[in-house]
Design a protein around this ligand. Structure first.
Ligand SMILES: Nc1nc2c(c(=O)[nH]1)N[C@H]1C(S)=C(S)[C@@H](COP(=O)(O)O)O[C@H]1N2
Ligand SMILES: [Mo]
Length: 333
């Protein structure tokens, strides 16, 4: 069931960070001249600070969700305010702070998601179906970006396998291809090479069928108890926590079962840097940097982060390592 809630009340930063941190941050922002300067930030200045001042708080309308709560795990959750203001969503700008600024009026209702291709029963889901067709559950997953920052996020959604099973894959289905909405009128990064980081749109991703059917593969429609903010991939995005973040494609309009390995956005752009598999692997360096360690974005001040060793498959080996037995993961990176 969906319950409409007022926009800004849920997003006030002083409700999600403790007061002393909040005040310190305001002081720092003020001393840097950001507060009160909404819309006037020089690009390099905007770059330096990933967070919103009060008058820039994201304000898309979010809705509370009913879901089965997850058992708390060992990882400390990344504060909501950081999850929703430090994003990669190049359709809304290639800098971390831009999606939260440029995506607030993104229209997610009505929406249409089709499941097609090598299936016996193609499916079309509209906006309400995304929240009603499956029982929603919470999953707390680590997210490891290929750029080496990481977060711990309480997602809400349903298992990708449940959706694929309903469509009934044929014997020819070997891979699953995903596509993000293509709508340059709403997504400024699709119109401008500078904003959009020079990638080809629509954004595309893919999984092998067994990866898609793995118990961890998740379609998220919410986080922190509410519908997804647009900058996090509303109304529905993929979450595959053992792979680098770029596999977790946002704002999906098409899921297609196919017989051949589908093209994927980052692999098209830089094949020697980004492979199809993109499993988190501390032993295989990116050509331009090591993947052995990561910066976990935490609660605390502006630039707070914990430095950690990166784990094989982002710590999910028990659930996923069996799928890659016998594969040379330095070749299939
Ligand atoms: N359509 C689309 N999906 C995307 C991206 C993107 O630019 N466009 N960026 C990816 C990358 S690189 C990461 S790390 C995650 C970030 O998700 P978050 O902003 O919710 O943390 O989204 C992924 N999904
Ligand atoms: Mo990423």
């Amino acid at each position: 069931m969906l319950i409409k809630t007022p926009k800004k009340s849920q997003l006030l930063e002083n409700q999600v960070t403790d007061e002393s941190v909040y005040i310190k941050r305001r002081t720092l922002l003020k001393s840097l001249g950001y507060i009160g300067a909404t819309g006037l930030l020089a690009p390099h200045a905007a770059n330096a600070v990933d967070w919103f001042s009060d008058d820039e708080t994201p304000n898309a309308t979010l809705t509370s969700l009913d879901f089965k709560k997850a058992q708390p795990g060992l990882d400390k959750l990344t504060p909501e305010q950081k999850v929703i203001t430090h994003n990669n969503f190049y359709e809304f700008g290639a800098q971390k702070h831009q999606p939260a600024e440029l995506a607030q009026s993104f229209k997610v209702d009505p929406w249409k998601l089709t499941i097609s291709g090598e299936v016996d029963k193609p499916i079309t889901l509209d906006y309400d179906d995304l929240f009603k067709r499956f029982e929603l559950e919470e999953r707390i997953y680590r997210l490891r970006c290929v750029e080496t920052w990481s977060m711990v996020i309480p997602w809400i959604g349903f298992s990708l396998a449940d959706l694929i099973k309903q469509a009934g894959p044929t014997s020819k289905a070997k891979y699953v291809a995903f596509e993000t909405l293509y709508d340059p009128s709403q997504m400024p990064g699709q119109k401008s090479r500078r904003l959009g980081g020079g990638i080809q749109y629509p954004y595309k991703e893919g999984l092998r069928l067994d990866e898609a059917m793995n118990e961890l593969s998740f379609l998220s429609v919410g986080l922190y108890g509410k519908t997804l903010p647009p900058q996090n991939g509303a109304p529905i995005r993929l979450v595959v926590p053992w792979k680098y973040g770029f596999k977790s494609i946002k704002s999906i309009v098409s899921i297609k079962l196919v017989s051949k390995m589908p093209p994927t956005t980052w692999n098209i752009l830089a094949p020697h840097e980004y492979g199809f598999y993109a499993n988190v692997n501390p032993n295989v360096a990116h050509p331009r940097w090591s993947q052995a360690r990561e910066r976990r974005i935490t609660s605390g001040g502006l630039f707070a982060q914990n430095r950690l060793d990166t784990e094989m498959f982002n710590g999910y080996s028990e659930e996923v390592a069996h799928m890659y037995k016998g594969m040379d993961l330095s070749k299939y990176y």
